[in-house]
Design a protein around this ligand. Structure first.
Ligand SMILES: [Zn+2]
Length: 341
């Protein structure tokens, strides 16, 4: 088999080796599709240090089960198209027993601490394999993991119906936050970023957008509040690289509002605690998702696949991984890049 191995920053090396032996309770998956995540890009560029090379990156995995080694699992699973949940939790620790597998004390993540999907084959625990419908576009299921993150955010947001939410960012996961919050919690969502290409896609999916590349901060305030005195109850700090996004979020949100932080802040952003105190704001971090969210995510994509395919803008062969990583980083007209066999 061939694996594309991250060996050092800015370097992915194709390496050919035998398919490893299959441990108990594991499945061998032949890759058909793998999405390129922001984590893959940040690791490749050296911004994210969690992954120790050599490692096969790639966490957004779809393929076919070739073999399983699990006496308790029906062999009919062999030959079935599946999506793979990249989060491997132990199921035994206190957090897992509470149903909070995203806080598992022994967590592993495919493409991070475990070899992932930039390869011909990947070995994964049988419990992380989710059979897909026979029909329908399999490529959309590469979005199952970011959609599960959006479902997790929705499950922890405290919202009143008819509230308003601003999301700072327009990458696929941000759009998915917006679509899920609007559909499941019924709130009005506004996406703010400085990338007209991605904002157009968000708009085509029915989300309201404000383009910072053509509007200054005062204009944002006007656009958000002019002819509409409804306040912003929730701000999600998403993937946007706009400067001082947390300060912008604090300015936008109403007194007693909530701010959800989904990523590390850029540029050593400093914030004034005084504003947080005066407004009595609530801050919450958002980390991964639990197993239930992944199950729900696969069901959602099966029912709404037309919404999701418009998020995929680039389809490349697996050998084009490094090109794909560069496209995510440098090409403004890019939403989601996936690799296809
Ligand atoms: Zn655990």
């Amino acid at each position: 088999m061939k694996a594309f191995v991250f060996t050092q920053h800015h370097h992915i090396e194709p390496i050919v080796h035998d398919v490893p032996a299959l441990p108990e309770e594991h499945a061998l998956i032949k890759l058909s599709h793998c999405g390129i995540s922001q984590m893959d890009v940040d690791t490749y560029l050296g911004r994210e240090q969690k992954v120790a090379p050599p490692k096969v990156l790639g966490s957004e995995i779809c393929g076919t089960v070739i073999k399983i080694n699990s006496p308790g699992t029906p062999s009919e699973l062999e030959g079935v198209r599946v999506a793979v949940d990249p989060i491997i939790s132990c199921g035994q620790c206190d957090e897992c027993r509470k149903g909070k597998s995203n806080h598992c004390e022994n967590i592993d993540i495919l493409g991070c601490t475990y070899d992932g999907g930039f390869a011909d084959y990947v070995i994964v625990p049988v419990k992380n394999v989710y059979p897909l419908p026979v029909t329908g576009d399999i490529e959309c299921f590469t979005l199952a993991s970011p959609l599960a993150s959006a479902l997790h955010l929705d499950s922890i947001v405290h919202t009143e119906k008819e509230g308003r939410c601003v999301i700072l960012g327009s990458r696929p996961v941000d759009i998915l936050y917006g679509l899920v919050l609007r559909r499941r919690s019924g709130i009005d969502v506004i996406i703010i970023d400085d990338n007209p290409f991605r904002l157009n896609i968000a708009q085509s999916l029915g989300l309201s957008c404000i383009d910072l590349s053509s509007a200054g901060n005062n204009t944002i305030m006007d656009e958000l509040f002019f002819e509409n005195d409804t306040s912003i109850d929730i701000v999600v700090i998403g993937s946007s690289k706009i400067k001082n996004s947390l300060t912008l979020g604090i300015n936008l949100v109403a007194p007693r509002g909530q701010i959800y932080v989904t990523r590390n802040l850029h540029n050593n952003e400093q914030i004034e605690p005084g504003d947080i105190i005066e407004k009595e704001l609530i801050f919450r971090g958002v980390n991964l998702y639990d197993k239930e969210n992944f199950t729900k995510s696969v069901d959602d994509i099966a029912s709404y696949s037309e919404n999701f395919s418009s998020l995929i803008t680039h389809r490349l062969p697996f050998a084009g991984i490094e090109n794909g990583l560069q496209i995510v980083e440098t090409v403004p007209e890019c939403m989601k890049v996936i690799l296809i066999k």
